[in-house]
Design a protein around this ligand. Structure first.
Ligand code: ADP
Length: 551
């Protein structure tokens, strides 16, 4: 703006200067022109008087600056102060002369060949019918202009310098108040009244912008509140992988303390799956991948953000799927274990029955084979039953309603049922404690005690002891089954509650174990709001304690 004003002022100054020069020249020229004609008229009047009085004698000794020509009524020159009249042609056709003969007086001007000078003529008809003509030369406007060119250029430079100086000062002064307008809160009364509508418009725009900013801030805060409470990590990036926004979940999952807006998202994590997902999203494809980080498994969901056809960025969601993955892997492991456990007895039954079908079994071996089929199918039934029980506990689909159950009476009952098994192994089984009633599912509680006692007998030593205690410990109902058996190595103790985990696989199989008993105990305890603890010394014995924390 300053430049424009500056240029305009300079332009106006130059134009004004040139116009003034032209005008002054014109006025001067016109003035001199007019006064010359007056002079010629006076000279002609004098000459007329002189000729009237003295005739051609008037010209003798006449000293005139002007050229005087006396022309006869036929146009022939009678006398000329500068040129011999005999040499001059007839003047009848001369413009001023012809005009004088017609109107009494006439004037004209003629330029020299170079246009440097012009001759001004004035002719007057005298009473005797002759014409007196007076002429004088005058410089033309071009000559004057040429003569004035030097001072004009000098003046022009001065005018230019002055106008540059003035224009610079003026333009700055004009623009200064505009520059000083406070755009944030402009005052319409200040400055120039001409820009007051503009200032009012700015004020209205400011109000609108402020309102929109508040709205934007509120939406931003709302977004932050929602995203900061999300368990999932959320990162929004632009097309150059620069972070636009993120939530605390993202930092937590990626294990970083802080992130800066504007930094590349790859400063947070550089793993192959993370970078691949983001690269794919920025190429326009939705991408899902798993990433292992700090003993956890995360699902990375990266989706592109489109604006029309263009990809402007990506949204990355980081979901902790560790539990889901663990469950999946347990399920896969369980399925493969189940298949294996089922296959072993089934293969054995199938093999024996095939031999029997083919009739190649000796009659004396029949009993042995039949017994194997019986025990293997018994194992199968036990296995299937245990799987059903476990899946019921998993699904929490126990059909029986909870009821008050005396676990002391239940323990006595189990001991009674296992007496034969205990006797068969020369094991003494005792029950101690007091009547303890808890709110629970009778069948599951029975299963818990039965499994623990059966294990205590199975993994005991000949003539060993099994003691069942039921009562309260620190106010909580407990069932404790202690044996003097083979014990469990320290390294195996944390794993014995896993499905199909056995310390000694062949020994467990031999004694008809399914590897699911302790899993059922653990889940059964959890079903009743309790947990199981184990203490064991190899070769000395084991103590299992079920504590009902919430009963
Ligand atoms: P199983 O059907 O094989 O007995 P469990 O889940 O009941 O399966 O037990 C898992 C494993 O824990 C057993 O195979 C055994 O090695 C060990 N175990 C369980 N109870 C005892 C115990 N009282 N004494 C020694 N080892 C035991």
């Amino acid at each position: 703006m300053t430049k424009k004003i500056f240029r305009s002022i300079i332009f106006v100054s130059i134009v004004t200067f040139l116009a003034c020069v032209a005008l002054i020249l014109g006025i001067l020229f016109e003035y001199f022109n007019g006064s010359l004609l007056d002079e010629l008229q006076n000279a002609a009047a004098l000459a007329e008087q002189g000729i009237t009085l003295q005739g051609s004698g008037y010209f003798e000794g006449l000293d005139s600056e002007d050229r005087i020509t006396w022309i006869d009524s036929d146009g022939s020159v009678l006398y000329d102060t500068e040129i011999d009249s005999g040499l001059l042609e007839n003047h009848m056709e001369r413009e001023e002369v012809a005009e004088a003969f017609e109107n009494g007086s006439g004037s004209s001007q003629r330029y020299s060949d170079t246009f440097a000078e012009k001759e001004v003529y004035y002719a007057k008809l005298m009473e005797d019918g002759t014409v007196i003509r007076v002429s004088s030369s005058q410089y033309t406007v071009w000559t004057i202009l040429l003569a004035m060119i030097q001072p004009t250029i000098f003046l022009f430079i001065i005018v230019i310098l002055l106008s540059v100086f003035m224009a610079s000062k003026l333009s700055k002064r004009i623009v200064k108040p505009i520059n000083e307008i406070d755009i944030g809160s402009p005052d319409a009364d200040e400055n120039y009244p001409e820009i007051s509508p503009l200032i009012k418009k700015i004020s209205r725009q400011n109000i609108l912008i402020n309102r929109q900013m508040k709205e934007l801030k509120r939406a931003g805060e709302e977004f932050m509140t929602i995203t900061s409470n999300m368990a999932e990590g959320l990162i929004i990036i632009d097309k150059n992988t620069k972070i636009i926004s993120y939530n605390t979940g993202a930092l937590k999952h990626l294990g970083v303390e802080s992130a800066e807006q504007g930094d590349s998202v790859f400063t947070l994590n550089r793993s192959q799956s993370f970078t691949n997902s983001i690269d794919n999203a920025l190429k326009g494809t939705n991408s899902e991948s798993l990433m292992e980080l700090n003993d956890k498994v995360y699902e990375i969901l990266a989706n592109p953000v489109f604006e029309g056809d263009k990809i402007t960025g990506a949204i990355i969601l980081i979901v902790d799927v560790t539990e889901k993955e663990q469950r999946e892997s347990l399920r896969r492991e369980f399925t493969s274990n189940v298949s294996h456990e089922l296959k072993t007895p089934l293969t054995s039954i199938y093999g024996i029955s095939e031999i029997m079908v083919n009739g190649i079994v000796k009659p004396e071996d029949m009993g042995h084979f039949a017994e194997t089929i019986h025990s293997e199918s018994g194992r199968l039934i036990n296995l299937v039953n245990d799987i059903i029980k476990l899946s019921q506990l998993d699904e929490k689909s126990i059909t029986t309603e909870n009821e008050p159950v005396d676990i002391f009476a239940l323990a006595q009952n189990v001991a009674e049922r296992l007496k034969d098994l205990a006797d068969g192994n020369g094991i003494e089984i005792t029950v101690e404690g007091e009547n303890t009633v808890i709110d629970g599912a009778n069948t599951i509680l029975d299963e818990i005690i039965y499994n623990l006692c059966e294990n205590a007998i199975k993994y005991n030593k000949p003539n060993g002891k099994v003691n069942i205690f039921v009562g309260r410990q620190n106010g909580k109902p407990v069932i404790r089954v202690a044996d003097t058996g083979i014990g469990i190595p320290d390294a195996d103790q944390p794993r014995i509650f896993e499905r199909f985990y056995r310390v000694d696989k062949s020994h467990s199989r031999k004694i008809g174990g399914t590897g699911l008993g302790l899993s059922i105990v653990k889940h059964g305890a959890a079903y009743h709001g309790g947990h199981v603890e184990v203490e064991s010394k190899l070769g000395e014995g084991t103590v299992f304690t079920v504590i009902f924390d919430n009963n």
